[in-house]
Design a protein around this ligand. Sequence first.
Ligand code: SAH
Length: 478
Amino acid sequence: MKFLPIFLDSKAGPILLIGAGDPVRARLRLLLAAGARVRWHATDGDFAVAGLDAVAASRIERLETNPGAADLGAIVAVFCAGAGEIGVTVAARARASGLPVNVMDDPAHSSFIVPAIVDRGDVVVAVGTGGASPVVARRVRERIEALLPARIGDLAALIGRWRKAVHARIPDMPLRRRFWERVVDGPIGASVLAGRSDEAEDSLQAIADPSAYAGASAPGTVEGRVTLVGAGPGDPDLLTIKALRALQDADIVFYDELVSPEILDRARRDAVRIPVGRRVGKPGIGQDAINRLLIDAAKSGQRAVRLKGGDPFIFGRGGEEIEALREAGVACSVIPGITAGLGAAAESELPLTFRHEALRVTFLTAHKARDASSVDWSALTDRKMTVVVYMGTTAANAIRDGLLAAGRSPETPVGVFARATRPDAKSVVGTLDHLPALVREIDGGPAILVIGDVVSHSAPWRNASPTPLFHTFQMAAE
Ligand code: SAH
């Protein structure tokens, strides 16, 4: 470590900034964002800065005197643009006064350097490479950005507000630390991160005995929770950042049959993994049993994740699970996922809506011919509506017959997208009258049917020439 990271109190006194141009303006914005007062010598006399609010602008003191002779009295730190003699002169004067100085792009004359910063309010992460490579620092910062919840700063701020009061009520330091760990890791922290700070504040307020709350082993004090997480259609890179965080945080993961092993691999290494989905030819354990497992896990104090293919609320029975959890008094939340229909559409460059051509989208399930016969096909004949069918492969005949009988054209473009976003994805495009034959082409696996003129814009359709009545297209596996 060549440089010691420390955090400067930006309100301890004015900061001197010398220089002109965009890099100096960027530095000025950073200083103002940190709440600093800035004495600025714009060496080209141009003090214009676009887009500052009045409060920030009022913290700038504009100086037009000789910057080399700038008054250093009361200054707490000095920033100087590097070009020319001025950097050397200012650095020497600052050092003589014992002031920290940074000369941009000139480590030799700087006594400190500015890190790449992840800013989450009260939580700030500084990334440095000892001045070796700002690009590497930025890449590291991007990774941390992706990892840190947006509201982690709110959580720190909440704890900051309560620190004194809790200190007074739990004088014992280890117990106090345990208390805050439970706040951060438990439902109160989760509420803050979900944007419900008021609720978190109320929960803190409601803790009658903080010492008992801190003692996790005391009966009845352990609070687990269930997070319904959308796993997306298969490609692990399509997990949301929130989903990834929930997986990394989970003690136990209940997953269904659509969740790929690559996604499961993203869970915390020591998390317990329990399959609860249907298997081919086997019925699965049933919804009531799943609900029971989730409730029991939460009540025993575990952070449970219910990992579901696609999005939990699109034909995923997430609604039923949330209701059961709510009824049982279990804390729960939902993280959306990319539903299979959207995954398939993006992968095949198939716009589900299209100006003037497709103005509506319907997501439909047609699990069995029986379900398909209960669909009101007459509501789906609008040529400007795209129909996305889930669980539709076994009912392909009934879907085609229903749509044709209701008056949709047999020439309507359709696509069958199997195992979308997975390495073995396969799509077949053609026309509605051939739908059952198209479905037979895909060799099983979960598949989405898309019915509507927009299919003719898709990559598989474009790659079929001249016009596909019946065409198979194997997605290139990476
Ligand atoms: N909640 C899920 C859907 C569950 S229903 C979601 O939002 O995607 C199961 C159906 O989803 C399957 O029968 C199939 O129609 C569709 N499906 C799921 N994953 C798929 C994938 N990778 N490719 C194509 N279809 C998929």
